[in-house]
Ligand binder design. Structure first.
Ligand code: ATP
Length: 679
């Protein structure tokens, strides 16, 4: 309550009821947000602004929330910003009449393209005042930029950026002098437009906090209709829980916000439910270092050990034509229709994979039992050796084309291994115990050899039997086991969570090799000797989703063949940027600068001997370097394993996971020293 009221004096005088929300008002809120690091304050500022939007221009709440998130649409829609630096610089130059050379020099000095744009426009004489930008106008403009395709697309993107920039206010009132070379503060519209184009708002507002802000605003708005000034803490908490539960099942503001505006927050749970066509964020597992740790964790509870297949996570959505209203209401992309209905395959980060797996979509209807109207299936697609009838390594799957695959041209066959059912015949089943979900899964599908199978499992608590299952899984070309709770609330499907109720046991962990990490390539060093024409080593980082920064974690030069190095040189060279992005958290040490920096794009799987603290790296430094040592976690003897095409930069191993790994390792070390052995 206090947080909402303290931020309620957020009014923007020029904005009247029914007017489109002025973009300047949103930017003013962004500036205030970025000036504080206090989570509650950030939440309050954001909620107070949304409340005002609800009062004055509710139809703009959706673009307002999306622009705060730095996204134009839900992930599954596949519309992405993240425009490269060179295009943005070109647009800044052309829209301000400054040469590219000068823009580049500024970028070298300032480092934040948003500020470069603001600075370029500050000194530009304006003949007339451009029409003020609105939130919906900026959203539309960005949408056009993100979606132009075909011939001349680059040029049209630059035109779109120029158009937005030329109407953008640099955020300086008459006579006001603000040091725009400072990263934070100043309600500059150009600065935030550039950040949106780069795909990183850096407001310190995590996705979960954004959900809370929207729910608080909505609760405050609703109670004010009842004549109350401020909602109670209990009202806010209740609203928050409803919103989070809905968002977990349906992570799409495009669907939730219209429902919110129509029926209010208290009815949202009934109005908005998991739908076939809108992918959920998948449930993930925690690593364990031994079978005995699994037994400790699940003590006294029934659990199941499934093979952990080594392929690509897939969420398959299906609605039959004759599903009536449900079919009519399906909001899924139009890809992948068969004569039996709508079907789609989504990746672990909600990307539409339907164009990659037309063979699966074509066969899907033959695996489903008669009378099934709709379902959402959680599964792993695995490369399959048709002749020898067994699973092939992950690398084989990666050789499949990602787009425009024709079912008849597919060379690497895949088998779908299903392990969970999240929705069936119009109803979410995520809140049923896993034992029941598994029964439903078996009751809905019919295995077909080499095409569709259920994940192999054993229900046992005997350590020897688990050991045997683990060994058998490895013999069957799997990575190890996934151990899952079977009954009660703990066995419910927890979308988007890395949960204690799913544990992964990989053979590597038992051998003491630890989990691998998935890291983003931020920079590179030129090779020496034979390797001078390619990059010989790379600078890698994990992702801190709270601060939206990439935190450096190691240099790596091991595990690459000569052929791979030249391939990597080719794919990485177009991503070279003038200097590290302002959202790269890296050491400023003179000897720690790579020869080139890249746009954050590629994710690599990396193994390490162990983790250590070092002042040269920044991973999880907010946790370990707070004592003034500025130390972050770093990897010792990292080795390249493979490119993870299925992960985007933001899906990389998080700083929190790195911190957890480091802590687990230290605990293990202590146990060894004190002679405690839990094996
Ligand atoms: P990893 O590198 O281990 O796949 P990850 O971050 O992609 O890491 P994890 O939570 O660590 O995901 O491991 C779970 C992944 O294992 C799932 O995303 C899925 O792709 C895969 N998997 C294979 N078999 C199963 C199974 N039986 N149950 C659940 N997930 C499975």
């Amino acid at each position: 309550q206090s947080t909402l009221s303290s931020a309620s004096k957020n009014a923007y005088p020029d904005w009247k009821g029914g007017d489109p929300v002025p973009y300047a008002a949103l930017c003013a809120t962004f500036s205030k947000i970025e000036m504080t690091t206090k989570r509650l304050e950030i939440l309050a500022l954001c909620a107070a602004f949304y409340r005002q939007v609800l009062r004055l221009t509710p139809e703009d709440l959706l673009p307002t929330v999306l622009l705060t998130k730095g996204k134009l649409a839900a992930d599954y829609v596949g519309i992405e910003l993240g425009i490269g630096e060179s295009l943005i610089m070109k647009a800044i130059g052309e829209s301000t009449g400054r040469s590219l050379k000068i823009i580049k020099e500024d970028q070298q000095k300032i480092g934040d393209l948003g500020l470069v744009a603001a600075k370029s426009r500050q000194n530009q004489p304006t003949m007339f005042k451009p029409k003020a930008l609105s939130v919906r106008g900026v959203h539309e403009g960005l949408m056009k930029i993100a979606t132009v395709e075909g011939q001349g697309a680059q040029g049209r993107k630059v035109d779109g950026i120029k158009k937005l920039l030329s109407s953008a206010d640099v955020g300086l009132a008459k006579g006001q002098s603000v040091d725009i070379t400072k990263d934070k503060g100043g309600p500059s519209e150009s600065k935030f437009i550039i950040r949106a184009l780069e795909g990183k708002m850096r407001l310190g507002l995590a996705d979960k906090s954004l959900q809370v802000a929207v729910s608080h605003a909505m609760v405050a708005y609703e109670v004010s209709k009842d004549g109350k000034k401020m909602p109670s803490e209990a009202d806010l908490k209740k609203g928050e829980e409803i919103f989070k539960a809905v968002y977990n099942e349906l992570p799409a503001y495009e669907v939730i916000i219209p429902a919110l505006l129509k029926g209010g927050i208290w009815n949202l749970r009934d109005a908005c439910k998991l739908q076939a066509g809108v992918p959920l964020k998948p449930m993930l597992a925690k690593p364990t270092k031994s079978i005995s740790e699994v037994l400790d964790r699940f003590e006294g509870k029934d659990f199941t050990c499934e093979y952990k297949y080594d392929g690509e996570r897939a969420q398959i959505h299906f609605v039959a034509h004759d599903a009536g209203e449900e079919y009519a209401a399906t909001v899924a992309p139009k890809e992948g229709k068969s004569d039996r209905g709508m079907s789609n395959i989504f990746s672990r980060n909600s990307e539409d994979l339907s164009k990659k797996y037309p063979d699966i979509l074509a066969k899907l209807p033959t695996w489903v039992k008669e009378g099934t109207k709709s379902f959402v299936l959680d599964c792993e697609t695995v490369a399959w050796d048709v002749e020898k009838k067994h699973v092939l390594p992950f690398q084989q799957l990666m050789t499949r084309k990602r787009k425009d695959v024709k079912a008849e041209d597919v060379k690497v066959k895949v088998c779908v291994f299903a392990f969970d059912l999240l929705y069936l015949n119009g109803e979410a089943v995520v809140n049923k115990p896993f034992r029941e979900r598994r029964d439903l899964l078996y009751g809905t599908f019919e295995p077909v050899e080499g095409e569709f199978a259920f994940a192999q499992y054993g229900n046992t608590r005997e350590i020897e039997e688990i050991q045997t299952l683990l060994e058998d899984s490895i013999k069957a070309s799997c990575e190890g086991l996934m151990v899952k709770m079977l009954d009660g609330v703990e066995s419910h499907y927890e979308p988007s969570r890395r949960s204690q109720n799913w544990l992964k046991v990989k053979k590597d962990y038992l051998a003491g090799a630890g989990d691998s990490l998935d890291l983003v390539v931020l920079g590179a060093y030129y090779g020496k000797g034979k390797r001078t024409s390619v990059y010989g080593a790379f600078h890698l980082a994990c992702f801190n989703s709270d601060t939206e920064t990439y935190e450096t974690v190691c240099n790596i030069g091991t595990g690459f063949s000569e052929a791979l190095l030249s391939e990597l040189h080719e794919t990485l060279s177009p991503l070279v940027i003038e200097r590290p992005k302002p959202f790269y958290d890296h050491s400023s040490g003179k000897n720690d600068q790579p020869d080139v920096w890249f746009e954050p794009k590629f994710v690599w799987e990396v193994k390490t001997a162990d983790l250590t603290l070092s002042p040269r790296y920044r991973a999880a430094s907010s946790e370990f370097g707070g004592d003034g040592s500025h130390k972050g976690v770093s990897l010792r003897f990292p080795r390249f394993i493979r490119v993870r095409d299925d992960k985007k930069a933001e899906d990389a191993t998080s700083s929190k996971q790195v911190a957890e790994m480091y802590r687990r390792q230290s605990e293990q070390g202590k146990e060894k020293k004190t002679g405690v052995d839990d094996e």
